[in-house]
Design a protein around this ligand. Sequence first.
Ligand code: EPZ
Length: 416
Amino acid sequence: MASFEICGGCSLNGEVRIQGSKNAALPMIAACLLARGETKLYNCPHITDVYNMIKILENMGCFADFSGDCLTVDTTGNLSGIISPGDAASMRSSIMLLGAVLGRQKYVSLPWPGGCSIGKRPVDLHLKALEQMNVSVTHHSSGLECWTSCLRGGDISLAMPSVGATENVILAAVLANGTTRLHNAAKEPEVVDLCLFLNEMGARIHGMGTHHITISGVKQLKSVSYTVMSDRIVAGTYFAAAAATGGNILAYPVKEKDLRCVLDVLAVMGCGIIIRKDRIGLIAPPLLLPVESIYTQPFPGFPTDMQSQIMVCLTAARGTSMICENIFEDRFKIVPQLEKMGAKILVHENRAVIRGGCRLKGASVRAEDLRGGAALVIAGLMAEGDTKVEGSGYIERGYENIAKDLDQLGARIRRL
Ligand code: EPZ
């Protein structure tokens, strides 16, 4: 796997355009299966997870063409319900195919989904919800087999507002018989974007962005063209990089409402935030301030996907900060790597106490998950000396071209 080489000490300045959202595009690609025809997704990011999802659909019998930022998926033919082990095991979002394939052809066989090593990543909420929609699920050692005589709408309450489980229920419900009322649904912007896309296709979804979503089943959906929202976590990552290096950047397009909690934390750290419609500017202070406590929560709370990036910034803050990770049980994997660079972080269960005031030193470190890898790149930018971040493959699952984007902002970074 390739690596990034970073020469620290440059502050980031300038404008950066934000790519399309990984976590909106992936369920939309699965949703293409719910219509027979040619769907065009604009602003689709060129990232490994998208390539893997495309490959899964092609192995099922779809045709795909990805030129520029437009992904065209043709789902006209008869498709297989068997999903190939290799690709599905490589990412978490393959689980989204359950709802989409069942919505199209009533049978699906799916290997156990893979994904980042940030926790156990169970799928019990997905399966419990689908069983309530008249789906029979058989567990095999290698994966899952699901089938249904007909999908039935129903009242479903999720034990927790799981993003993936919410999306799977929606994908299964849009063509089901009757109405589905989903309670304790996830409110993430990516879920809302999926619902807007499905409604463009002819679905009847109401309440997206709230904890109560109603889906009235329809007979069929039509293939449409749609523009994917921009990636708020990539934008947040670049804001964190600018904050960590005393920089001044403008990112676009990004909506304040999608990142409100992250912008609030950056403001507490002393950053100036300038909001202009769908362009956001960040001006870093000469020295970052600590944050007494950050608790990761489902949207609109502080997103777990920004936790590692902010942790890295706080190593240089003037004082001690605390982060409590409430979503995933193993999302402090970068701490030993940051300690190699001189960070002082104490981890106890799901809490990390970050002692500030330390100037990171360049070192050779290893990414073990997507957002942790991006956070190590930020650590390299703010460190004294050179840093090598191994495992660029993790980072390229979600960042289209992090080296190019940061280089354009003045970073000294290259991909080896
Ligand atoms: C989505 O993952 C995102 N991935 C994650 O982004 C993101 O961190 C997460 O939502 C939370 O916002 C995609 O959208 C492709 P969850 P997902 O179901 O759907 C537990 C990134 O870096 N849970 O909301 O897997 C689960 O273990 C990735 O872009 C169950 O217990 O997240 C976790 O503790 C990382 N049973 C919590 O819920 C289930 O059946 C939240 O998971 C499902 C989930």
